[in-house]
Design a protein around this ligand. Sequence first.
Ligand code: SF4
Length: 652
Amino acid sequence: MTVTVAKSAGFCFGVSRAVNIVEKLLDEGKCVYTLGPIIHNQHMVNELAARGVKIADVPDDVKNGETLVIRSHGIPESVTDRIKELGIKCEDATCPFVLKIHRIAAEYSRCGKIILIAGDEHHPEVQGIIGHCHSEYHSYQNCDELEEILKKFPYLKNKEICVVAQTTFDISEWKKSLKIFQKVCTNTKIFDTICSATSDRQSEAEVLASQSDLMLVIGGRHSSNTNKLYHICKDKCRETYLIESVTELPLFAVRQANRIGITAGASTPASIIKEVLVTMTEEIKNVEETKTEPSEFEALLEESFKNYNTDGRIKGVVVGVTPTEVRVDVGRKQTGIIPLAELSDDPSAKAEDLVKVGDELNLVIMKTNDQEGTILLSKKRFDSQKGWDTIVKAEEEKSVITGVVTEIVKGGVIALSNGVKVFIPASQATATRGESLDGLLKQEVSFRIIEVTKQRRRAVGSIRSVLNDERKKKAEEFWADAEVGKKYTGTVKSLTSYGAFVDIGGIDGMIHISELSWNRIKHPSEVVNVGDTVEVYIKALDPEKGKISLGYKKDEDNPWEILKNQYPEGTECEVEIVGLTQFGAFAKIIPGIDGLIHVSQISNERVEKPEDVLSVGQKVKVKITAIDFEQKRISLSMKALLTDTAEEEDAE
Ligand code: SF4
């Protein structure tokens, strides 16, 4: 024995929505009235009545403070006006597909077109549609009635006609009637307003009935769509039963059947279908030949009612891409829309670069706009939810993740990782405190998650943690082969009054101020600045303390070497007086090297005090008379030049 439950069995979107609205109001403690039974299912109506829902025949039945719910069938314009007049609270649960028919009827009738409605004029939905017609209208339940109308009102053939259908109208009858319009009426605007939930349900029921030897249609006898299902199934399967609840289950027929098909009307609650299935299961268990396990029924049932996600996640297939939004088919009657801003976190991204028609996307439902019949969806929120799991895992595992810094905010930066915004405090954003954060903007950074607040979905990251690890690794590598004299190219990271700290590839060394220049300097900034690239070498190492002393000044720049090579004893040169004492004057020969002109060597004449003939800044010619490289002393003489000149003159 096989049992097949139609996938489309049970509540449709419009009915489900109406019931949800009522239940929500009850949960909020409201006193609820429905304008007529909320759905064509007595069981559901009784259940709601037990929770306090009352049925109003007209809006006037509702008192102030009570809430009136308009059911999915919709109402005529006149009733809407009356509700407004009375000023009563009202929740409109009219199905958006029905509202669409109202709009068509109102718009075309206002233009003077004659409205033809394929449907039962006594059905509340058709009553509502008629209530939006502002010109002549006619309704027909089948092609015979349509032909009668055309015979009775022959002028219709030449008039402008607008045709709509009750959402649950029989599809085959609709198709036949369209052929009549094509043949007879020349000026007809046709709107196929049959709800696809209905057409799908009918088509599926037809196929299922043709494959079954027992067909059960579960639903209210007053439900138009349930009745249509029954007739469709009866045509294909002689053993078709319409049952309202489990009490009507034809057990005798179930025992005999080999292939049982089950469908249900749009207003049949899942609980009733489940009850029927459970009872059938027990019955079948009692039949010796049964091969079907109860669990299969459960699975079938679950499968049949996987219609709407409860966790807000949904899959959709892209059917259209525009610069501002992406349209997706989510397997519902409503159109799924992803606004560009909900597609990606990147504000400069273009929709056509991110998705293409046919792509299947994982999405989050943000809002259902029942008036428009649309569902607002977000891809970026799904990505973010998925990304959040990655973030939480990264925090647990202390693993390194990457992200792009999108913002510099007060106190730190925001990095986007896996669609989740991670706050990185300034103290954790760079290797050392106080560094500028500007350079991080738009950069991809690696970091660890150091804190997660699940309730607020807040994550805090640390770039420094990763940098510290990197530095540690580099330090180990450095110490493994560091030796005095080894040269490095480094970057000046900071300056102090006593030296410059240089990053030599993940580890810092210091150039003492005395090592920066052969000349006397007051501050390292006279030679280097932060950010400068410098060539250095290791002068000394202290692995225990982790101290590295760096050398910077070069031998070839040593002024004593320059002096040795370019200013040997006997050289005559111009010098600048830089200081005066009682015993002589100090003069700069080259930068970093001063010599002494003894008072006795200033002139051939007797000089009492050097300042009597010399002044600081004055440039004079001297002869280098002696160099003591060990003591770093140089003797200069002005007089030697005068003597030489006198001797030359004498010789002449
Ligand atoms: S059958 Fe279609 S039109 Fe009617 S209430 Fe359900 S979803 Fe709306």
